[in-house]
Ligand binder design. Structure first.
Ligand code: 3Y8
Ligand code: NAP
Length: 266
């Protein structure tokens, strides 16, 4: 489904930008470029959630159909720049963007927040992937908060001795693959008070999290530290090297459109 209208003369001279979204950063970037008449941007979602946040710019939902699908989209829509503002764990999308942009000769920039770094008081057990995280829970029954979403819950099914608290963006479309699981349906970002109340009510004694990074979504990590809870922290998956920045302003500079303070809403 595309909400991108056919190109009219007024659009022809504007810089046509594809933003691969699904994160707070992508949403912030969409808010800023919506105020810049020199940019025509479209925000792209995979379609993982039922009601994604509606941006103030054109947007589309659904995969492109692999690398070739994205390459053809870039050419058909005359995209001049791609900003990969997807989540650090959206490794396949990021890898496809690298290959498709190279094939279509379209400049690519990643907008990605730095990973969290453990600080004094953190009790992290770092693992490489979801499977290793499930194994790291150990044999003794635990009360585990799974702050990793819906897609990979099956990895914990072989460990039924634990009681799980699962947080999902949408109500589940099928029974959860876990024997003993409570569920919270909520869309972040989340705050410390809410995280503390949720973890305390559940009597959590361990947390599983992806190293999503960024201070927007670190509440559960900060509260785990305060409650001295161990965190099984899943390291980011490998993504091939590409040009990368950490702020919306750096993206605007790369687009050749440093926003005036008024446009940035600052
Ligand atoms: C569809 C877009 C905003 C942006 C909201 C950020 C922050 C809240 C934290 C927990 C962790 C988790 C999950 C999470 C966070 C933000 C940001 C972020 C983690 C939405 C969104 C889409 C998705 C997809 C969804 C995944 C899931 C992961 C839930 C929109 C809300 C766990 C990642 O049910 C599903 O299929 C969910 C799938 C990929 C991971 C998974 O494997 O299940 N995100 N999340 C995007 C698309 O369709 O392209 O619906 O509006 C975006 C956000 N999720 O300010 O509005 O920027 O990271 N998202 C993780 O970090 O582990 C929640 O609960 O503690
Ligand atoms: P992924 O495994 O990296 O990508 C799998 C496939 O989903 C891609 O090959 C592509 O399909 C499609 N896709 C992914 N992101 C897309 C986008 N923004 N626009 C259009 N198609 C997209 O992706 P994921 O990890 O499931 O993440 C999906 C979405 O959720 C992304 O927008 C991501 O930013 C957001 N998100 C993910 C996480 C997470 O933990 N993974 C956390 C927060 C937000 P085709 O091959 O058909 O093009």
């Amino acid at each position: 489904m595309s909400s991108l209208p056919a190109m009219t003369s007024s659009l022809a001279t504007r810089l046509r930008v594809l933003i691969l979204g699904g994160t707070a950063e992508a949403n912030r970037l969409a808010q800023v470029v919506a105020k810049d008449p020199r940019i025509y941007a479209v925000l792209s979602y995979a379609g993982r959630t039922e009601n994604p946040a509606k941006p103030p710019i054109a947007w589309r939902v659904g995969g492109f159909g692999g690398i070739d699908g994205l390459k053809h989209y870039l050419m058909a829509e005359n995209i001049a720049r791609v900003v990969d503002a997807t989540h650090p764990f959206a490794a396949q999308m990021s890898s496809h963007a690298i290959a498709a942009c190279a094939a279509a000769n379209v400049p690519l920039l990643a907008l990605e927040r730095p990973p969290w770094q453990a600080v004094a008081g953190d009790r992290w057990i770092e693992v490489d992937d979801i499977g290793a995280a499930a194994a790291a829970l150990g044999a003794a029954p635990r009360r585990v908060f799974l702050g990793i979403g819906r897609q990979h819950l099956a990895a914990f099914a072989p460990h039924p001795q634990h009681a799980y608290l699962v947080r999902l963006v949408d109500p589940p479309r099928a029974p959860l693959p876990l024997r003993d699981a409570e569920m919270v349906v909520a869309r972040g970002p989340f705050d410390r008070a809410g995280e503390r109340a949720m973890l305390t009510k559940f009597c959590a004694d361990m947390i599983v999290a992806k190293n999503a990074g960024g201070n927007q979504v670190s509440a559960k990590i900060d509260v785990a530290r305060e409650l001295a809870l161990p965190v099984i922290m899943i390291r980011r998956p490998f993504v091939p090297a590409r040009q990368k920045v950490e702020t919306v302003d750096e993206v605007l500079h790369w687009l050749g459109h440093d926003a005036a303070p008024a446009e940035r809403g600052v």
